[in-house]
Write a protein that binds this ligand. Structure first.
Ligand SMILES: [Zn+2]
Length: 169
């Protein structure tokens, strides 16, 4: 199954919207613990929802292993479990080969283990019925770059002022 790789990497992905701009929370199928929300979703496949962020209810195993098959073949991953019911939820990718670099640092929640609560309608849907609309960062990255450059300029001016006032010099 192919993962949606429309943008460069997990860290470069923008929080997404679901279908008609609906906000969802992601819950454990077994015990309803909140695992994340649609703002943290950065990718998807038929089997997984890819997230940049999950809640503390998602426990990351200390054990790392090299995956030998499936979507994360050749990736070093740790398994994820639910803190509420200890159900297996999926895996987090620590390292990935270049052709799967978009998976690095991503939490892959198994659709079979996750259900979604739609905030607008107050209804629960199977995560397998949800398609997340993913948008590349584009303008948001340009805006962030502009802000960082602004901060750097201000820091540079402050540093210059301090160095002129430094009595030790
Ligand atoms: Zn659970």
């Amino acid at each position: 199954m192919e993962l949606d790789t429309s943008v460069e990497s997990a860290a470069d992905r923008q929080p997404s919207e679901v279908g008609a701009k609906q906000l969802l929370t992601l819950h454990c199928e077994q015990c309803n613990s909140v695992l994340g929300d649609s703002l943290g979703v950065c990718g998807q496949s038929a089997e997984h929802i890819m997230c940049v962020k999950v809640t503390n209810n998602v426990i990351i195993s200390d054990e790392m292993k090299l995956e030998l098959e499936g979507e994360t073949t050749q990736c070093i991953c740790s398994s994820l479990t639910c803190s509420g019911c200890v159900s297996a939820l999926g895996r987090v990718v620590h390292a990935a080969p270049r052709h799967l670099e978009m998976l690095r640092s991503a939490f892959l929640l198994s659709r079979a283990k996750v259900k979604c609560y739609v905030l607008d309608s107050g209804g629960t849907v199977r995560s397998s019925d949800v398609t997340f609309d993913l948008k590349p960062l584009g303008g948001a990255m340009d805006e962030m770059t502009r802000q960082v450059r602004g901060h750097l300029g201000r820091m540079s001016r402050i540093t210059t002022r301090w160095s002129r006032k430094d009595p030790c010099r």
